[in-house]
Design a protein around this ligand. Sequence first.
Ligand code: CIR
Length: 272
Amino acid sequence: MNEGDAEALVRAVPDSFAHALRGESGPALDPFLARQQHRAYVGMLGASGYTVVQLSADEDHPDCVFIEDTAVVLGPMAIITRCAAPSRRGEAEAVRDALSARFAIEKIEPPGTLDGGDVMQLDGSLYVGRSARTNEDGIAQLAAIAAPLGLAPRIVEVHDGLHLKSVVLPVDENTVLVTPNSVDEAALQGLRILYEDESEQHRASTLPLRDGRLIVTESAPATAAMLAAAGYEVAAIDVSELQAADGGLTCLSILIPEPLPLVPDLGQDGAP
Ligand code: CIR
């Protein structure tokens, strides 16, 4: 990755995407369609001002397109996660290689599990979902890594959703889109909450772009209309095939919005 640009790290869709994890069975997943939809997403990131770095697909890891889960960039550090799903653990290696030139590498160790989809950074605060994928030990390790930055994670109980960012989506720096009755909303105090339309539960996903537009999944038109009425410039995108494998819009990229200086003199594992 290069210094100086806002970057988006993404990963191509493998043919093995047909075997991606999913909570509910449905029609066979189509890697060709997923790839087309992923290309449109990557195009939107690029058009909005991100320099996109795409890692090649890993056929041994059907879920590798959901790159967000493998690493969390936190200030000068990149935390390599330990995904709860054993089939996903090998995804992190290539991501670590891509990030290690610019970031001090930290790592979640067993028995901790933490998926990047459970970590949300908004308005200077760090939120972490306690979910089926992120356990107590993973949260404690995240807290210890974040402490030197003066950040204490705010824990959000996720009752109904794969990850925190399956049901609490960034809309702008202090606004989130929430699926009703999915999380303990007390933990979101201080943020403005907008709600996903009741008729579209778990279909809306959002991602603010660098050019001021807000990407919203085409599968949630009523929620998109609500967001447009609230003043957002909505750009709809069809990622239905990626959603069929329980993905949303945040999980398809690791966004590095601020240019950061190169990490000086780092040895193996990011140790100075
Ligand atoms: C999984 O079950 O791990 C993938 N099929 C979907 C991961 C989606 N990631 C995310 O929302 N951050």
